[in-house]
Design a protein around this ligand. Structure first.
Ligand SMILES: O=P(O)(O)OC[C@H]1O[C@](O)(CO)[C@@H](O)[C@@H]1O
Length: 241
């Protein structure tokens, strides 16, 4: 893994936006794997600003998101559909038909995970996958215990994840307990991966991911198997290395 240590959240956001911008403007066609959560929020704002300032055409850009909560309609304020629209898609001229997010409100979840895997295949695979990391080492919603050979699947969220994400909901009872997530093996299919992290709350997970032995207890260790991963993190998140 290539490590890039930056000063703080602002610098991490700027550098991540630049990396994605470069990929977009230097490709004839590009599939971006996108992440949600609080970590990439500022990055999306910076990226949208750069794209608009330079009037970049985005008709060659396709996006596939990692995950979505089960049971939230796409217009629910905490759904990842809403997050992406609000924070990025509404601000850039990306064709809506080029953007893909699992449907957490699907009545047949088995059919939905199969449909999503099929779509990933048909779209030709992810060129650049953006990832955050959970404090417990999850990537996308692949919680500790997830098989390394998992494809898109329905997951039960860990107690720690529900608690961490309760800050976005009015009460902890409102936090969905399940999600649809690309699997660990699905994530490894990406040609290159950019994992971003900020703050000392992520330091143990970053250390475990890089220095720990490969183990389902720390899902992010699966990235040790990939030969093009960049970890872009601030000093605090790299504080235990
Ligand atoms: O960026 P945050 O909010 O710390 O979340 C970390 C990770 O957790 C998730 O939000 C899922 O809980 C991921 O989407 C994200 O990468």
């Amino acid at each position: 893994m290539k490590l890039e240590r930056v000063e703080d959240y602002n610098e991490m956001s700027q550098k991540a936006a630049e990396a994605i911008y470069d990929k977009i403007v230097n490709s004839d066609r590009v599939v971006l794997g996108l992440a949600t959560g609080s970590t990439p929020e500022k990055m999306y704002g910076i990226l949208a600003g750069m794209l608009n300032e330079n009037s970049v055409d985005l008709s060659h850009v396709y996006t596939v998101n990692l995950d979505e909560y089960v049971g939230l309609a796409s217009d629910h304020p905490q759904s990842y559909h809403h997050y992406m629209k609000n924070i990025f898609f509404d601000h850039v001229p990306i064709p809506p038909e080029n953007t893909f997010i699992p449907d957490g409100a699907a009545t047949d979840l088995d059919a939905e995970v199969k449909r999503y895997d099929r779509m990933l295949e048909e779209i030709g695979g992810v060129d650049l996958q953006l990832l955050g990391i959970g404090r417990n080492g999850h990537i996308a919603f692949n919680e500790p215990g997830t098989a390394f050979d998992s494809r898109t699947h329905v997951v039960d969220l860990a107690e720690t994840t529900i608690k961490d994400n309760a800050r976005f909901f009015n009460t902890i009872e409102e936090v969905p307990t399940r999600a649809i997530s690309m699997g660990l093996d699905t994530i490894l299919d990406a040609k290159s991966i950019l994992l971003i992290a900020s703050g000392e709350g992520k330091a143990a997970a970053i250390d475990g991911m890089i220095n720990g032995v490969e183990s389902a207890d720390m899902p992010a260790t699966v990235l040790q198997r990939h030969d093009d991963v960049t970890v872009l993190a601030d000093k605090a998140a790299m504080g235990k290395l």
